[in-house]
Design a binder for this molecule. Sequence first.
Ligand code: MEV
Length: 420
Amino acid sequence: MKSSRISGFYKLSIEERLKIVKEFSELSDEEAEFLLKGHLDMDLADRMIENVVGMTELPIGIATNFKINGKDYLIPMAIEEPSVVAAASHAAKLAREGGGFFTSSTEPIMISQIQVVGLRNPHFAKMQVLEHKEELMRIANEQDPVLIKVGGGCRDIKARVIDSNMGPMLVIHLHVDVRDAMGANAVNSMAEALAPYIEDITGGKVYLRILSNLAIYRLARARAVWKKDVIGEDTVKGILYAYEFARVDPFRAATHNKGIMNGIDAVLIATSNDWRAVEAGAHAFAAMDGWYTSLTHYEEDEEGNLVGSIELPMAVGIIGGATSTHPKAKIARKILGIKTAKEFGEILAAVGLAQNFAALRALATEGIQRGHMSLHARNIAVMAGAKGEEIDRVAELLVKEKKVRVDRAKEILEELRERK
Ligand code: MEV
């Protein structure tokens, strides 16, 4: 069986790393070459969004060591922030000693909302809508024969009356199984198609017809054990304190959850998924109990090991939109080796948990700056003009001297070159 446990991956050259990824994920020569040198075609970009004038770029790094449900994965991450890829890989390495990550998820049910206003008797109207549930579901399903063919479709219709400063509103929720798509288009089309029927049934006026990013019926979950003997008793305690801090304090929870999303977003961007949708869902879900709190949980088991878990909405797809058209997104998906959106969502949950563990471990022990500094120092070395092997030499000295500045990097570089 293939293993993603690769020690010293970071020390290899880009070409050597790519060779390993190519073999692991069975990329073709063309795919590997495209990953290294290719870029999105301008015509494709011009069809992707409006008013295109250029392209932006982010590095794609590979997080190693992930074992999820007994299977090894390499995780492509696109991000501008140093330390994220290294931190995820390290957390995954430490989790392997406890068997890696174990995941599960719900069915891929998205919610679409229809807002009905101007109702004299909103509760009465609610009953009228629910009486027509079967017929409304049939009409919704007529909008997307392809989705029905692959086993998806509208599964339920719910309605509730909410109060507002503009009077009561009837809010209808379509619950739609979107299978392997992110599902926005499918559920929005259904809501738009049902709107005139809802107006007929209720006599009210429909305004908004749009999905909710608070996808509480499309949840992904992950758990892992970090052994006390591997991470140390003090670290277990420190992480439990860090978790409690985030659980009870929204100021800390925001940063804690940002760390989780560092990992999740990076994979979403690499695969051209709508990361804003997942962000919105995650943060709204974190406030579901009436206050904003941590998306992860940490506990200590009877042996003193740290057990971590995460559950969050995961509206992601592997078909449709840019996930299917962006050539690098397709390669990123191939690197992951995923076959379903369910598997993808669960990987994302595991990455989020790993990322959070890594941040808490660093924060509760040596602090976050040490890891940040060595990568930052490499950037400073490059800014100072260091090339090839010089980069690591200059960075090392900058960190050692605790002077991570371009002026000092230039001096070190000059000294190194003179000595040659
Ligand atoms: C930085 O991008 C993320 C962290 O701030 C997360 C955290 O504090 O848990 C390190």
